[in-house]
Ligand binder design. Sequence first.
Ligand SMILES: [Zn+2]
Length: 103
Amino acid sequence: MITKIKYKDSEHNKKRVGKLANKKQIPDNLARELENFAKRNSIFSTKVDDKLVHHCCPSCLKAHALKKSEELNLDCKEAIEEMFECETGHLGYYLDEEEIIKI
Ligand SMILES: [Zn+2]
């Protein structure tokens, strides 16, 4: 049984979640979509400032964010790049539940 989860990137994630919560750079509809993506692809959840935060693969979340921003015709690529300091997906693909999606 796991009693303690160590998450090395928690400070970075707090910032990321903070930015998502502020929704200053990311439009509301995309921010909501990303929250839903994180929820359905959640690896585990933690409480940050009394709010339940769902953690998923950041590379997949970033790829999904970029794809959705294109689909929704949103001009927020820079904000997404700034929010996620990681690779975009995995070798041209990302995972959404059981679906492998080409970037
Ligand atoms: Zn991933």
